[in-house]
Design a protein around this ligand. Structure first.
Ligand SMILES: [Ca+2]
Length: 225
């Protein structure tokens, strides 16, 4: 058995120091063995975000939208996109894109999309209703119409946000988070005047979208004491 000789210090003290160090290393190995690297999912939402483009899309309806300068629907303010309706006709689509989402590029699953429009009609007797409400993916208008024929408030003073879709509604589409981040992701809405006479002014003040998604992060967890 070789003999270890400690020089310059008391050999008993050095022996205790070595024993303490080895005990510390032993505990450290135990702690490392109890750490688990796991992929943990979390639910999140992004938004509501506002668009940076607005236009008339002639896919439906007959009456185009007019937009003030610099914009009508980018914010809830005194500027509105408007369409003058008569004799039971409908607006063309009001199309919004450029919502500026920045969902994670990886480990990201889209769970639902909520679209809200702040809008009104101005006829005191007859009404404007939603005729078509759809999502835009990759610049293409979706096949799912979420309109329930809801009345638009009758005055600008009564403007309110109407909600379509939600936290678990994918609007009949299959999504990647890159689809949401794309500049050609957006929404369209068309209104119909259900009065047979007179005229009304359909107005949209603001469009906004909230996206719900599941992400995941790698994290270490201690699984024993
Ligand atoms: Ca506005």
């Amino acid at each position: 058995m070789p003999t270890v000789t400690f020089t310059g210090v008391d050999s008993g003290t050095s022996r205790n120091t070595l024993k303490n160090s080895m005990a510390f290393l032993s505990r450290s190995r135990l702690i490392l063995a109890c750490l688990l690297l796991s992929n943990v999912c979390f639910g999140a939402s992004s938004g509501p975000n506002s668009p940076n483009t607005e236009s008339t899309d002639s896919t439906v309806g007959t009456v185009s939208w007019s937009f003030p300068s610099p914009d009508g629907t980018f914010a809830s303010d005194s500027n509105r996109a408007t369409a003058s309706l008569t004799a039971s006709n409908s607006t063309r689509y009001l199309r919004n894109q450029g919502f500026g989402f920045a969902l994670p590029a990886t480990n990201c699953v889209v769970d639902g999309i909520l679209v809200e429009w702040q809008r009104s009609g101005t006829s005191p007797v007859d009404r404007v209703i939603d005729s078509s409400v759809r999502i835009v993916k990759g610049g293409v208008i979706g096949s799912t119409n979420r309109s329930a024929g809801i009345d638009w408030p009758l005055t600008v003073a009564e403007e309110a946000y109407a909600s379509f879709g939600g936290a678990t509604d994918l609007w009949g589409e299959t999504w990647t988070c890159a689809d949401i981040n794309a500049t050609n992701f957006g929404s369209v809405v068309s209104g119909s005047y259900i009065g047979g006479v007179g005229a009304t002014l359909a107005s949209v003040n603001h469009t906004r979208i909230t996206v719900y998604y599941t992400g995941s992060n790698w994290r270490t967890e201690e699984i024993c004491d």
